[in-house]
Structure formats: structure tokens, C-alpha cells
Write a protein that binds this ligand. Structure first.
Ligand code: CO
Length: 210
């Protein structure tokens, strides 16, 4: 029943009218082309709305979201987004954004079988296992949050290790990969201080030279 979505359609008409009131050419311009400078790779969590958090309008942020903001080289979806963003849209920045208290990261810490998601989140378990001695000292909440940060750092590395990103660097394209974490508690996005701008910052084994 369309009525079930009545609020959404009403919100949409209001939203479109507001944009047109402020800028009559807004949609005509967007229809012609998008020109985002940023690719956002974030979690699907409904509390982490990419554009809103960083105050960017439609057309300014290319977005890929999945549970746990994971980047797998075998994920055609993520890899296609990455390639399109870099090669066609020529984005200058890729921002991998995790968030504290992430349900995906928390799920990876449970030994209970949750289903397909257990396979999806296996990288998080690997990160936990590699950092077990550091993480086991923390309280449960801190452990999840620290693992959320570590996961972002790992996914930044996974982005950088792709042939797509390395080819862009090799071709002299200006491209930075950043890691950030968002707090649902206070609405603040924090830079984790990981910023990769070239293959020379990668461990030698990951470098793909042409
Ligand atoms: Co999440």
C-alpha cells in the first residue's frame, strides 16, 4: 500500500521544494552531471548518514556502505564503486569511516552463529586475533570501540592494496585515502590519523609495480 510510505513521499516533496526555493537550478544542474571530490566507505548503520555528517549536498559525496565498512578485494560491489569513483569521477579523497559501538564489529566478537554475516565479518575476527593481547585487557565496551578503530585502519590498507588505487597512483593521479571514526553519542567525526597518498607508504610486499 502506497499509504504506508505517505510520510516519506510528503517529506520528499518538501525537501525538493526547499532546494528549488533556495536554488532554482539545483536539480537541473545535478541532472547534467555529478562532480564529487570524495568517496565515502561507511557502515550501513542508520545512525551514520554520510552526507549529513559532513554537511555535503547531493552531488558532492560518492557513497558505498555495507555492514562494518568492509573492503574485500573479492567484493565486486565495493571494487566497482572504487573503480568508478577513481577512474570516472576522479575523486581526490577516499574516506573510510567506522563508528563506535558498530553492531557488525560487536557481532564478530560473539561466538554465537548469526548466519551469513559471520562470513562477511571474518576480517574483523582476524584483526581481533592479531591484537588479542592488547584488546583482552580492555573492558567490553572499550574493546568494541578499539576494534572499530583497528578495523578502519585495516580497511584503509585494503583500499590502498587494490590494483585500482595503485594504478591511479602509478598514473600520477592525486588520491588520498583517509581513516575516520564517527561517534553516534556526540555526532563527532574524528580523524584516525591514517592518510595514505602513495604506494611508497605501503609495505613492500603489497606494492604492485608495472
Ligand atoms: Co556499524
Amino acid at each position: 500500500m502506497a499509504d504506508e510510505l505517505a510520510d516519506l513521499f510528503q517529506n520528499n516533496r518538501h525537501w525538493a521544494a526547499q532546494h528549488i526555493a533556495q536554488d532554482p537550478d539545483f536539480f537541473t544542474r545535478l541532472w547534467q552531471q555529478q562532480n564529487p571530490q570524495y568517496l565515502w566507505i561507511g557502515c550501513s548503520d542508520s545512525r551514520v548518514p554520510a552526507n549529513d555528517i559532513v554537511g555535503l549536498a547531493p552531488g558532492e559525496l560518492f557513497v558505498h556502505r555495507n555492514v562494518g565498512n568492509m573492503v574485500y578485494h573479492t567484493d565486486f560491489n565495493c571494487m566497482s564503486v572504487l573503480q568508478y569513483a577513481i577512474e570516472i569521477l576522479q575523486v581526490k579523497h577516499i574516506i573510510v569511516t567506522g563508528h563506535y559501538g558498530c553492531g557488525g564489529v560487536r557481532a564478530a566478537l560473539q561466538n554465537r552463529e548469526l548466519g551469513l554475516i559471520d562470513n562477511w565479518l571474518y576480517d574483523v575476527r582476524d584483526i581481533y586475533d592479531r591484537n588479542r593481547s592488547k584488546l583482552e585487557r580492555l573492558s567490553e565496551e572499550e574493546r568494541v570501540d578499539r576494534l572499530c578503530e583497528m578495523n578502519v585502519v585495516q580497511q584503509v590498507a585494503n583500499v590502498c592494496h587494490t590494483t585500482i588505487v595503485q594504478r591511479a597512483w602509478h598514473n600520477g593521479q592525486q588520491l588520498s585515502v583517509h581513516g575516520c571514526i564517527y561517534s553516534v553519542k556526540d555526532g563527532i567525526l574524528r580523524d584516525l590519523g591514517v592518510r595514505v597518498t602513495g604506494a611508497e607508504q605501503l609495505a613492500p610486499v603489497y606494492r604492485i609495480e608495472e
